[in-house]
Design a protein around this ligand. Structure first.
Ligand code: HEM
Ligand code: HEM
Ligand SMILES: [Fe+2]
Length: 464
């Protein structure tokens, strides 16, 4: 095993641990909806939610870093350049996460001044980390970029996937710089902040996971490089074509010019296309290989990724992306429903697939199968779909009773929050959240236990 693959295992471990922390704070956040005065002024909803969504971003990033460190030496046929620096950065990254989390739990907030920006909280949703830690993340990502690019140069080799990955690192890093400036005009602030959030999840991360999926498909299904790279180019072209101006769907109601209604509406309606491309791609590959693979769990998680990405991001996003509908659905639990489904489908499922790829190599098993992974797969998917449906119900009740009928007043908001459809949606979310958490426990158990020996017959390669 390459040294960078050992580093990748460390990143995976940290990612899975933070995934657990994220679930804990997700469950706690959900509990406030049932008991609104829970831990009042001791630990309020806002801090719990910050910890939930910030750990989300961090563990997925760690999963991506792990995946790239895993595949880089395989792809280029040599050890990654600057490994000692990469290893150092891993510890810097972990230390920063622990310190920031401790500050969020114990200090929570500060005065509205520069000190708070530097040491407590920068206040931008999803990237709340204080400035020093945000600078730390930039350094970690710069070292990562150096590792990737220097390895390509030393190896004197570039594959199509590597080109896409390297070029994607530029916007990935550049938009993160958006987490820094302290703009006092709310519209201007949001205008730029969406460059970060939207461009990450709907463009640069989408391209990154496309690269990772291409590598996993070649690895697990033995798909030919020509096929995965062709699809990757098509997907990237469509993602960038639709995703960049699709940014407009966040500019509908924040004080930006009216033309964003048409631009955002049109381009984000095109956004599901690349995601559909990914589904077709996965089915095509599975079909040509008659669904034969030695790594069942990775295969099913890739398939879940393709469908989850299309349905959660594409369809759930499309539902509320036209301004005429968004007028009513904006900022309700409907949005939260889409947020959960999309992040889970597009990224969580993909990261779990690479975890199983690593498990197979570490355990030295010819075939990965057994029963536990199926339980993990079932519980996590069932839990997520249940949560998403509960949230959709609650969000539609808010859109209908609070917005369309009630006219968006504070009173209408309150009435909608007491509506039985809303309330039962919140209970459903809690319940399915527990199912999801159980799935997580099974997943961790399965990843940590060594696989049972499977008769060699199944391990034989398929006939050509
Ligand atoms: C993997 C891809 C995606 C992820 C992870 C994702 C995630 C999210 C999240 C977390 C939010 C809530 C942001 C907030 O207010 O805090 C959001 C909002 C939104 N997303 Fe996506 N999304 C994805 C793709 C898409 C696509 C493809 C579309 C359109 C077809 C879309 C349409 C929207 C719209 C219209 C909103 C604004 C909702 C509102 O008005 O409150 N998203 N997305
Ligand atoms: C046990 C499972 C989970 C529970 C109980 C849970 C609960 C919650 C709650 C209560 C919120 C706050 C919503 C609000 O502001 O009204 C939230 C937000 C969020 N969660 Fe989760 N969550 C869980 C799992 C996940 C997973 C697996 C993901 C990602 C794959 C995720 C991503 C998000 C995102 C992106 C937001 C922000 C949504 C927005 O403000 O539009 N959560 N979650
Ligand atoms: Fe967006």
């Amino acid at each position: 095993m390459y040294r960078s693959q050992k580093l990748s295992l460390r990143y995976y471990t940290a990612a899975v641990a933070l995934f657990g922390v994220m679930i804990v704070f997700g469950l706690l956040s959900a509990l406030y909806y049932l008991y609104p005065s829970l831990l009042f002024n001791v630990f309020n909803f806002n801090m719990s939610k910050i910890l939930h969504i910030d750990t989300l971003v961090i563990w997925l990033l760690m999963g991506f870093l792990g995946a790239v460190y895993w595949y880089l030496p395989k792809e280029l046929g040599r050890e990654v350049e600057g490994m000692w620096l990469a290893e150092l950065m891993f510890w810097v990254f972990c230390a920063a996460v622990v310190v920031v989390a401790a500050v969020f739990v114990f200090v929570q907030y500060g005065a509205a001044n520069e000190f708070s920006m530097w040491f407590i909280n920068q206040g931008r949703k999803y990237v709340e980390a204080p400035r020093w830690a945000a600078i730390g993340i930039v350094v970690v990502m710069l070292v990562f970029a150096y590792n990737v690019i220097a390895t390509c140069i030393k190896a004197r080799k570039m594959t199509g996937i590597m080109w896409v990955l390297v070029l994607d690192l530029i916007p990935l890093l550049a938009v993160y710089l958006d987490a820094f400036p302290a703009v006092t005009n709310m519209s201007v602030d949001l205008y730029w902040w969406w460059w970060l959030v939207h461009m990450w999840v709907e463009s640069t991360w989408e391209v990154l996971i496309g690269c990772v999926m291409a590598l996993v498909l070649m690895d697990v299904m033995g798909t030919s490089r020509r096929i995965v790279e062709t699809w990757l180019y098509i997907e990237v072209m469509l993602v960038l074509g639709a995703g960049i101006l699709g940014l407009g769907h966040h500019y509908f109601w924040i004080g930006t010019p009216q033309y964003w209604l048409s631009i955002g509406g049109f381009f984000s309606a095109l956004e599901p296309l690349p995601l559909l491309g990914m589904v077709v791609h996965a089915i095509y590959d599975a079909g040509t290989h008659r669904m034969k693979t030695n790594n069942q769990p990775a295969f099913w998680w890739i398939t879940a990724e393709a469908f989850g990405n299309f349905i959660g991001a594409g369809i759930w996003g499309f539902m509320m992306t036209l301004p005429q509908i968004n007028l009513f659905s904006h900022g309700t639990q409907w949005t939260v429903s889409h947020g959960h489904f999309a992040f889970y489908g597009a990224y969580v499922c993909g990261v779990i697939a690479v975890l199983y790829v690593a498990k197979q190599q570490v355990s030295g098993a010819d075939v990965l199968g057994g029963r536990a992974w199926k339980w993990g797969f079932g519980l996590l998917n069932f839990g997520m779909v249940g949560m998403v449906m509960g949230l959709l119900l609650a969000g539609m009740a808010q859109a209908f009773y609070g917005r369309a009928m009630g006219g968006s007043t504070l009173m209408a908001f309150t009435t909608a929050s007491e509506n039985p459809w809303f309330v039962s949606g919140m209970y459903a979310r809690m319940l399915f959240g527990v199912v999801f958490a159980a799935g997580y426990v099974v997943l961790v158990y399965d990843l940590l236990t060594s696989p049972r020996r499977v008769p060699a017959l199944q391990a034989q390669p398929e006939p050509a």
